[in-house]
Design a protein around this ligand. Structure first.
Ligand code: GCB
Length: 637
């Protein structure tokens, strides 16, 4: 309903009951299908929740595996009996000691501890390849002098999540990379409170993404959990931006008993800007006003952020917002009206570490983005293949990097399954609603390397339509594949994907010379048959290299020399494509991928990084850094 308030019907009836199919690996009827599902239509959005007061629930949690999912169904598929219900609000040790008719084959309060957020994959060697259900438990003290509203807000939990507070069911969520929240005001009690979370990482043919990808499926609670506190009526969502007409626009929605006809006031610190208004009967406020002349526009070179406040009754919503415009004109991408070339690289959400757990702290985000901004002289990052932590997009805002943001509609999803489409649409909406206030984000991507078919085209066109409805201020793209002319003497590629017509930017992944037998020397002569009036981004190209492995003469695959030469020749090729307006090669850092098992070079790591997992730069790093340094000095067409 929240989105619908802005955009008429959004997901509408599609969502009703749709998720049952998506969780078919789980018991047909279980808490994973029966608890209320949190979506953009049904749950609080709590936009900019990270700027709100609250209790940080990061830290030590008890955890326990449940590989046969006994906590959600008995062995004949029936509802679990009391002895299996992980969320019960009881003291297992005490109960067992007091009554020998009782039986519990779990005791979360006395089980192992792990620090959240962080994936269980890195918690112990035997969890490395565990894909299934894990239960988490922690206690916290009731906030003193409780009043107003309390929300349990999750930055992300991968993949399906069920939540209980003090033994009571709260809700569930599907999707591993976007935030969700529940109003738990009425479930809290004085003194000790208990939270139990079940997280199931198993992918099915119906999930987004499906089981086959090229990255490690980091199960668990991978981002912050916070008990957010607000007044009874609060600003649930707000979007503040600079329009292409040079105005500051705001869309806000209040939730609570005093949401209707509420006086509201938007201020931008440091600017003569003070916009007053009143919400309508649904608690919505939409307004625009001329941007002050003194407004400094956000650019990668000068990433100016303003403290923005929206006062509404007892609540004050805060964010730090950069003001800029982004648009396409013919084959150009215009940032603040001026052509820009996107000097970028792709990235997975993995910190620089020997055993990453997907813990994106501000320091970890700065270390990664610093390699792009300062090391490579970049101005752009493709956050592939799913929404990254809000810490990452905030850090990109602060450091001055343009961002490509993506949903994990990757390779082969169930194009004809309505519940898969509903999941993808909700994920996309959660991502957009979370990050619409980030100046860094300039491109919403709806898919990566998906095979053309009528069902796939219809699926992706629905997503493109959603983007345009939720955020017409940014550009839409998807990483596409091209057709190769097998008879041609030189590598000849044609953009034959009909989806290119629907996108603002044509983005292409190309691996000629790595996955094809082309000689690197032939790449610069490649022929690209592409739309002449749209910007092109080479959204991927890359080659594996094991840091420290050299083959100066033979130029063997997996050597640093091969990777460096692959970059030289591919960049030479790219420079000859007249519509090229950006690149985001594959990839900044080596990343975990269980499909990569060459024992000499990979051992579970995709080695296409320009830096190793611990941050060692390979030769190709300086090839790209020099290319970007040169590009930065050139006019952008
Ligand atoms: C691709 C995929 C990316 C893979 C990469 C590779 O085309 O988009 O997810 O990791 O190639 O290394 O093969």
């Amino acid at each position: 309903m929240r989105v619908a308030r802005f955009d008429q019907a959004f997901l509408g009836p599609l969502l009703a009951g749709a998720f049952a199919f998506a969780t078919q690996a789980l018991a047909a009827e279980s808490v994973f299908t029966t608890l209320p599902l949190a979506t953009v239509d049904t749950a609080p959005l709590l936009v900019a929740a990270d700027m709100r007061d609250g209790v940080d629930l990061s830290g030590e949690w008890n955890w326990s595996i449940d590989p046969y999912r006994s906590g959600i169904a008995g062995f004949h598929g029936e509802a679990p009996n009391r002895t299996e219900q992980r969320w019960l609000d009881i003291d297992v040790r005490k109960t067992l000691a007091q009554d020998n008719r009782e039986l519990f084959e779990f005791d979360l309060d006395h089980d192992r501890k792990v620090k959240l957020p962080g994936s269980w994959l890195a918690a112990s060697p035997e969890m490395r390849h565990y894909q299934g259900l894990v239960w988490y438990r922690r206690h916290f003290d009731s906030p003193a002098g409780r009043k107003g509203r309390y929300f349990l807000r999750f930055g992300a939990s991968n993949y399906a999540t069920v939540v209980f507070v003090n033994g009571q069911p709260v809700g569930r969520h599907e999707g591993g990379f976007t935030p969700f929240a529940f109003d738990v005001t009425r479930l809290l009690r004085d003194g000790d409170n208990q939270i139990t979370i079940g997280v199931d990482s198993a992918a099915t043919a119906a999930t987004v993404p499906p089981p086959v990808t090229d990255w490690e499926n980091y199960g668990g609670v991978t981002r912050d959990v916070k008990l957010v506190h607000t007044s009874d009526t609060y600003v649930d969502s707000a979007w503040v931006r600079l329009t292409r007409e040079g105005k500051i626009a705001v869309d806000a929605h209040l939730d609570g008993p005093a949401a209707a006809n509420q006086p509201v006031q938007l201020k931008v610190a440091g600017l003569p800007f003070d916009l007053k208004g009143r919400t309508d009967a649904q608690g919505n406020w939409r307004a625009t006003a001329a941007a002050p002349r003194a407004l400094m526009r956000w650019t990668p070179e000068n990433p100016k952020l303003y403290d923005v406040t929206l006062a509404a009754g007892d609540d004050t919503w805060r964010d730090r917002v950069g003001f800029r415009t982004i648009e396409r004109k013919g084959a150009d991408i215009l940032l603040n009206g001026k052509p820009v070339f996107l000097r970028g690289i792709s990235m997975h959400e993995e910190e620089i570490a020997a055993n990453p757990a997907r813990v994106i702290t501000p320091d970890n985000a700065r270390a990664l983005l610093g390699e792009i901004k300062n090391g490579l002289h970049g101005n752009f990052v493709r956050l592939s293949h799913y929404p990254h932590s809000e810490v990452m997009t905030r850090t990109a805002d602060e450091m001055g990097l343009l961002v490509w943001s993506e949903v994990p509609v990757y390779w082969m999803v169930a194009w004809s399954n309505p519940s898969t489409l509903a999941t993808a649409r909700n994920m996309l909406a959660e991502n957009i609603l979370r990050d619409r206030n980030r100046a860094s984000v300039v491109i919403w991507s709806v898919a990566n390397e998906t095979p053309v078919s009528d069902a796939r085209n219809a699926f992706l066109r629905t997503l493109i339509g959603d983007v345009r409805r939720l955020d017409p201020s940014r550009l839409v793209s998807a990483a596409l594949l091209v057709e190769r002319d097998k008879a041609a003497a030189v590598p000849t590629m044609t953009m034959a994907d009909p989806l290119a017509d629907d996108l603002d930017i044509v983005s292409i992944n190309t691996y000629n010379g790595w996955y094809t037998p082309d000689r690197l020397a032939d790449l610069p002569r490649s022929v690209w048959k592409l739309p002449a009036d749209k910007p092109l981004i080479f959204s991927e190209f890359g080659a594996d290299a094991k840091a420290g492995f050299h083959s100066p003469d033979g130029m063997q695959k997996f050597s640093e020399e091969f990777q460096a030469e692959f970059y030289r020749k591919t960049l030479e090729m790219a420079d000859r494509v007249p519509t090229l307006r950006g690149i985001s090669p594959w990839i900044l850092k080596d990343f975990r991928s269980p499909r990569r098992q060459n024992p000499d070079f990979q051992m579970g790591w995709n080695r296409k990084g320009l830096i190793s997992e611990t941050g060692q730069r390979k030769q190709a790093f300086s090839v790209l850094a020099e290319y970007f340094a040169r590009k930065a000095g050139e006019p952008s067409k």
